[in-house]
Each structure stands twice: as C-alpha cells, then as structure tokens.
Ligand binder design. Structure first.
Ligand SMILES: Nc1ncnc2c1ncn2[C@@H]1O[C@H](COP(=O)(O)OP(=O)(O)OP(=O)(O)O)[C@@H](O)[C@H]1O
Length: 294
C-alpha cells in the first residue's frame, strides 16, 4: 500500500489552506500535528475525496484517487471532526444504516456491526440512542462506522477532541489495535495523543507540511537542549521572557522550569532527555514575550 501526495495545494480565495504538500505514506500510524487552522482538516478532506485539490495529485498505489472513484472509497474509512449522526437512532440501527450506505449485505453487516461494537467497547450500549451517549462513546461509534468496510486507509480527524484523559488513553489503545495492516492518519493538536502510538509524525503549519518522519528524528533535529532548573518566584517572569519554557511546576520556593535553549539557563540547570512535546513547543511555540508582542 502506498499513498502519495504530489504538490497538493488547496486554495480558498487568497488563503492557501494546504500549500504544495509532498509526501509518501505506507502502512502504519501517521500522527498529523498542527495548531488550529494549520490545514489538517483540508488535507484530510482531500484525501477522502470530499474536497478537490486546486493543484497537485493524490495517488493510491500509483493511481489518482479521483480517477479511482468508488474503487478508492471502498478502501477508505473516515471519521470527520464534525461527525454527524441521527440522534434518535440506536447505536445498532445507526451502524446498520451506515452499513447499508456502504453497500454491505445484510447477514454480513449484522455480524460486522456486532464485532466492531464489541471491539470499540460499545456492544452493551447497542440499544442506546445516539443522543444519549457521552462524547467518548459517540467517538467510539464514529470509529466503528469508519471501520465497517475494513478499510486499508483509516482517516481520523481529531478523534480525541473533547475527551477526558481516561477516554484519551482508551482511544490510543483502540487506534493502536486497529492499525494492524492499515494506514492510519490521525490529526490532533495534542502531542500525547500520538506520542506513543504513531510511527510517523507529520507537522503542519500555515498549510505547509514542514516535517514528515519519525518522532526520534524530529526530536534529535532540535539542536537546542532541554534543561530543568529551579528558580525563585520573583525570577519566573524573567525566564519566561528570555527562554522558551515548556512545563512550569510550582514548588514551595518558586518553580521548576523546563527550558529549551542552547545555553545553560542557570548555574544549576540539569540537561534532561528531550521529548516530542519539547519538539512541538520548539517548532510551534513562542516565548511569552513574543506572545505579548503579537
Ligand atoms: N471551506 C473553506 N472556505 C474558506 N476557507 C477555509 C475553508 N476551509 C478551511 N479554510 C481555511 O483554511 C485554513 C486551514 O483550515 P483547516 O480547517 O484545514 O485547518 P485545521 O488544521 O484542520 O484546523 P482545526 O484544527 O481548527 O480544524 C484556515 O485558514 C481556514 O480558515
């Protein structure tokens, strides 16, 4: 399986929502990270043939996805960000309804719906109306419906939006479980959603894909070191203004700061291992001074 973006651009008036994206994707989990408005949804909508690129091509095993049409949609599963459903349908009826839209035959659909609801932990709620589900439950049904055709490409647009920390963990495990023999593209602006499950990280900013590769390579591409140091309360603002500061943990006397910097910020600062969160802050973040200036 091979999915290829060739110079893919989407313009909305003056805005380049997606700008000349080039990349090749194969089996595995791809975490698409970017702040709001970076172009993630537009990129995914093009991949799902909902929006047509203004320029460029998306190829599935060497063929243009628009030319493949229905044949391509058969291998695709999509959970949109604004996942719409019929509130009065029960979970089971909703799944059966989507099965019929996807052209699944009745006996097979019944079996598949049962199996998927079981897999996403929703079988015991199959008689509950969609409108009476929690946000996390709705998302789980959303994933199950995207899996009905056993897709080779599974596209999940911010599947963890609005979920609590426990549900996020459950989701990570579920996505990891579902990723076998598939290409999963998952967008988020929360690093921990993908830190442990994605083999590949893609970073988007202002419509451009400016990094695609492993998390390890991304982290080591940062020349800066990550330091941990303790500062007194009165000095916190000074460090916040001078450095790129990640975590701030208040202590009895002041705060423990996680600072990204080439030089050692304080005499007793200790260099610590860099992680994906640091890299994300480094490539997307800004010093609080810059925030104030903006
Ligand atoms: N239908 C549209 N018409 C006009 N502009 C659009 C349209 N869809 C997206 N845009 C613009 O394109 C840019 C990228 O939007 P997109 O929704 O793809 O970003 P995103 O990374 O998915 O953000 P979010 O996480 O907030 O969904 C934004 O500037 C947005 O305002």
């Amino acid at each position: 399986m091979k999915l290829e973006f060739k110079n893919v651009t989407k313009q909305y008036g003056e805005v380049n929502a997606v700008n000349k994206v080039n990349c090749v994707m194969e089996k595995g989990i791809y975490g698409l990270l970017g702040v709001n408005g970076a172009g993630k949804t537009t990129l995914m909508r093009m991949l799902c043939t909902i929006v047509q690129p203004s320029e460029g091509q998306i190829l599935w095993n060497g063929k243009d996805i628009w030319k493949l049409g229905g044949e391509y949609r058969e291998v695709l599963g999509y959970l949109p960000q604004d996942f719409g459903y019929y509130p009065d349908l029960t979970v089971y009826d909703y799944m059966m309804y989507i099965s019929s839209i996807k052209g699944l035959k009745m006996p097979f659909a019944r079996k598949k719906v049962k199996q998927l609801l079981n897999q996403v932990g929703m079988e015991k709620f199959s008689k509950r109306k969609m409108k009476n589900l929690s946000g996390g439950m709705v998302r789980r049904v959303g994933i199950a419906q995207a899996m009905l055709n056993d897709p080779q490409i599974l596209v999940l647009d911010e599947p963890t939006a609005g979920l609590d920390p426990n549900e996020r963990i459950r989701f990570r495990n579920l996505i990891s479980e579902l990723s076998e023999e598939r290409l999963v593209l998952l967008s988020t602006h929360i690093v921990s959603d993908i830190e442990y499950i994605a083999n590949n990280i893609m970073l988007m900013k202002d419509g451009e894909l400016f990094y695609a590769g492993t998390a390890e390579d991304l982290v080591s591409s940062m020349k800066e070191k990550v330091w941990q140091c303790n500062v007194s309360r009165s000095m916190i603002d000074k460090y916040m203004n001078e450095y790129l500061v990640g975590n701030i943990k208040t202590t009895k006397t002041g705060a423990e700061l996680r600072i990204i910097s080439i030089e050692k910020p304080t005499e007793d600062a200790v260099a610590v291992e860099k992680n994906l969160e640091d890299a994300f802050l480094f490539y997307f973040g800004e010093k609080s001074e810059e925030k104030q200036d903006a």
